[in-house]
Design a protein around this ligand. Structure first.
Ligand code: ZN
Ligand code: ZN
Length: 665
């Protein structure tokens, strides 16, 4: 700008949102605020809502832009004179901190931290209103308390996360490496999945059958104070029953959590947007996202090339997120959950409006999955119809690979390996063990797991023994299946079903292959949460075992049944399950690498992108990466969005942007 002759520095009232305005994710309590919180002489001593310009609630309290106090859920709290002075002083840490407040003028707890801590120590279940919603808390060391929480939540085995006061107490629970400490203490304060110490004082039922624990550090003054008062780690799990979204409105929480909790610690600062805790794993010294939500959303992710038009991507169905894009920036929403749940679907509709309003994006193009039965697909088509917008249908696994490309700032083409539970294929069948040659514009399906029957369709995803029946039938061994597998289920009927094809759609799913092996070796015949059989099989892998079952690459087909045959033979020979699990993982990795070599020889491509929910499996991820790198490939993995369906909206947005650029819609 040309000089305008001003002689003072001032911050003027916002005159409205500009397209460049960003809304920050929520930020964990900073060290300065933490010292005030613990300083008996400070006016914010023990104050559960302490924050400053460097930390505090953001995304969860913003109702609209510009990001000014009247447009947050702090609007009803009038700043006292002392807070106003800080707010207006350019030399103060709280200069223009919108949520600034103190015990005199800020939100209030509706109980005392001390009484809640006492209740927790006595084994009670407490509903705690946090930053993005209500949690249910119990003492992590108390088996009866955790068991009671499981019974009330109707949550059989799905692991609970634990909050520990500081790195020292995490270290007593889990094996820490420097990258894990970095992830735990990073601004978003995600839940980090860590190897559990065998001697850790954690009830077995916190994370049964896993050998690892999801741990997070306190991220609000309320949590810091509560953990200090309790003096030991607590389970802190979403406030909901079973798979519902987390409760965040006070009346709803009273209604839904009343029967689950013995008491409640609430406060009067409303939560505008429900945001779940984020989850990461630590892989090869870096955070590997599993759920991108609190602390990360709605920070933008950059496309390698800008979009010509503003667009909306509606994502998948499970682990739903939506994305809005303008120019180079894609705003991927917080985690919305399973859209078949009414509450999650309502949150999805709300997010489309809210994120669009916050970033002033009026989409002209709507991207969606090809699955005709996804609620996100019908939403996209109806919205486009109503507003006269163009639509872009995106194949599920293409979206996975595209999300991995964007995550790495590249456009392809690459060899894309997309392994997951299921996604709608262009031939109308269920895909899930896909090898594509893909860029952001299009893809060619060049390899896939040899399709097998999925007897009972969706029922097979909950009952891994059905996939065992289908695979063993392919091998002609259904009648010789272990008695433990056949007992108590309609084995012969399901084998006949698979063989006839009745009610048994074909699938190339990698997730279902894991299910088959997990069932055969006796790990799990029936699951009670998504992916459980595969997750437990991975947990059993014997790290000392280097063997691998052979897996044929037969033209474009990866012979998954070969791995099942290997596992079955070893199981019959009473080889330990950890050995079988390792050989299975290594075999699949070797088959995948062989397929990539085959495609390199015909296409010349030497970069492989790994995506799809199955790559949440770190044993497989590392094994495939290692084999490919030895073979001279460049391997792209996820860094910013999850490999699972939480990343689909980003992939759809990137593909829609590329196609509109190329005028292919
Ligand atoms: Zn602060
Ligand atoms: Zn005040």
């Amino acid at each position: 700008m040309a000089p305008v002759g001003d002689d003072a520095f001032q911050i003027r009232a916002s005159i409205g949102g500009s397209a460049a305005t960003l809304v920050s994710p929520d930020v964990a309590t900073c060290d300065d605020c933490l010292s005030e919180l613990r300083d008996p002489t400070d006016r914010r001593f023990g104050f559960a809502f302490t924050n400053c310009t460097n930390c505090g609630p953001r995304y969860t309290i913003v109702t609209t832009i510009p990001y000014d106090r009247p447009n947050t859920t702090m609007a009803s709290f009038e700043m006292c004179a002392a807070c106003t002075a800080e707010y207006e002083d350019p030399t103060d840490r709280r200069f223009h901190a919108q949520p600034v407040c103190c015990p005199a003028c800020g939100p209030r707890l509706d109980g005392t931290i001390e009484s809640i801590a006492t209740a927790l120590l006595a084994g009670e279940i407490v509903a705690v209103k946090g930053l993005g919603g209500y949690h249910l808390a119990v003492l992590a060391s108390s088996e009866p308390a955790v068991a009671r929480l499981r019974a009330r939540k109707h949550r059989e085995d799905k692991p609970f996360a634990v909050m520990a006061a500081d790195i020292g107490s995490v270290d007593r629970l889990c094996v820490l490496e420097p990258a894990a400490t970095r992830a735990l203490t990073s601004h978003p304060r995600p839940i980090v999945l860590l190897p559990l110490r065998s001697e850790a004082a954690v009830a077995t039922s916190v994370a049964p059958h896993l050998g690892r624990l999801g741990v997070m550090l306190p991220y609000t003054p309320l949590h810091h104070t509560l953990l200090a008062a309790v003096g030991e780690p607590i389970v802190l799990t979403s406030g909901n029953v079973s798979d519902e979204p987390i409760a965040y409105r006070d009346d709803d929480a009273r209604h839904r959590l009343g029967p689950l909790a013995d008491r409640t610690l609430s406060h009067d600062r409303p939560i505008h947007i429900r945001v779940d805790d984020s989850v990461v794993q630590v892989v090869d010294g870096a955070a590997y996202p599993m759920r991108r939500s609190r602390g990360y959303a709605p920070a933008p992710i950059n496309l390698p090339s800008p979009s010509r038009v503003p667009l909306l991507a509606c994502g998948a169905e499970l682990k739903s997120t939506i994305a809005l894009a303008r120019g180079r920036r894609v705003f991927v929403s917080h985690h919305l959950g399973d859209l078949k749940n009414w509450e999650a679907y309502a949150a999805f509709c709300e997010a489309v409006e809210h994120v669009g309003r916050l970033f002033e994006i009026e989409p002209e193009v709507v991207a969606h999955d090809l699955h005709p039965d996804y609620l996100s697909t019908s939403f996209a088509l109806e919205l486009a119809e109503r507003r006269g917008l163009a639509t872009v249908g995106v194949q599920h696994h293409h979206a996975h690979v595209a999300s991995c490309l964007v995550d790495n700032g590249v456009e392809g083409p690459v060899i894309g390996v997309a392994f997951d539970g299921t996604g709608y294929g262009t031939d109308g069948t269920s895909w899930g063990g896909e090898v594509l040659v893909a860029d952001l514009l299009g893809f060619e399906r060049v390899g896939w797991l040899a399709p097998v029957a999925q007897p009972g369709g969706d029922a097979a995803a909950d009952q891994p023994w059905r996939m065992a029946a289908a695979y063993l039938d392919v091998l002609g061994e259904a009648d010789a299946a272990p008695a433990a597998l056949r007992g108590g289920v309609r084995w012969d009927e399901v084998v006949a079903m698979a063989r006839s094809g009745v009610g048994s759609p074909l699938t190339s799913s990698a997730g279902r292959l894991f299910d088959a092996v997990a069932a055969i070796v006796g790990v799990r015949s029936v699951v009670n949460y998504e992916g459980q059989a595969a997750i437990e099989l991975e947990a059993l892998v014997d790290p000392a075992e280097c063997g691998a079952y052979p897996m044929a690459v037969d033209g474009p087909l990866l012979r998954g049944a070969d791995l099942v045959a290997g596992a079955m033979a070893d199981h019959r020979a009473e080889v330990p399950v950890g050995t079988i699990a390792a050989r299975f993982h290594h075999g699949l990795a070797a088959g995948t690498a062989a397929m990539c070599r085959r495609i390199r020889s015909s296409s010349g491509l030497a970069t492989v992108a790994l995506s799809g929910g199955v790559f949440a499996n770190v044993v497989l991820l590392r094994a495939v990466t290692a084999l490919l790198e030895v073979d001279g490939f460049t391997v792209l993995r996820h860094h910013q969005v999850p490999c699972n369906d939480g990343g689909i909206s980003l992939g759809q947005a990137a593909i829609a942007a590329a196609r509109t650029r190329a005028s292919r819609i």
